[in-house]
Design a protein. Structure first.
Length: 159
């Protein structure tokens, strides 16, 4: 599994150690401290969300646009890299954005702007359009309308 935005850390503990020592210039953490941090991070869950079922599908109470957006998500092949229910992939991909990067989770993505490793996109709309352009260049034959892309953004907003 890939850890860190570049997917270069071999484990979650190695990633946390590198952040503490290299990025934050802190002291070497003890194995016990790293184990405790890992346990804490792994225990974190997603916020309660009445619009989603546990498997990431829209619930009955989800807005109609989000339900349509889920269908677009599946039709467009987004789930090939953003695997439900966590909507990430434990690997790196090159989507012509400056190298290979770990596929991030889309859970709570509406709360994590700006987007991409370098923050190049301020909105989900910009990000979805970029990714759709990438998908088309990669050979996806599915056709999406502007309404489809808007619905896809609405689905991402409820993740």
């Amino acid at each position: 599994q890939a850890f860190s935005w570049a997917g270069t850390a071999p484990s979650l503990q190695a990633n946390m150690r590198a952040i503490i020592v290299n990025r934050m210039k802190g002291p070497e953490p003890s194995p016990a401290a790293l184990a405790a941090l890992e346990a804490y991070v792994r225990a974190l869950g997603y916020p309660a969300n009445s619009n989603l079922n546990a498997d990431g599908t829209p619930s009955a109470s989800a807005p109609a646009a989000a339900k349509r957006g889920y269908d677009v998500f599946m039709r467009a092949g987004c789930q090939a890299c953003h695997l439900p229910p966590t909507f990430d992939k434990k690997d790196v991909e090159d989507i012509f954005s400056g190298g290979k990067f770990k596929v991030p989770s889309l859970r709570v993505v509406s709360q994590t702007a700006p987007y991409f490793h370098d923050g190049r996109f301020a909105t989900l709309e910009q990000t979805v359009r970029y990714m759709w352009d990438y998908q088309q260049k990669a050979g996806v034959t599915e056709k999406l309308t502007n309404n489809d892309l808007r619905d896809l953004v609405e689905y991402l907003r409820i993740l």
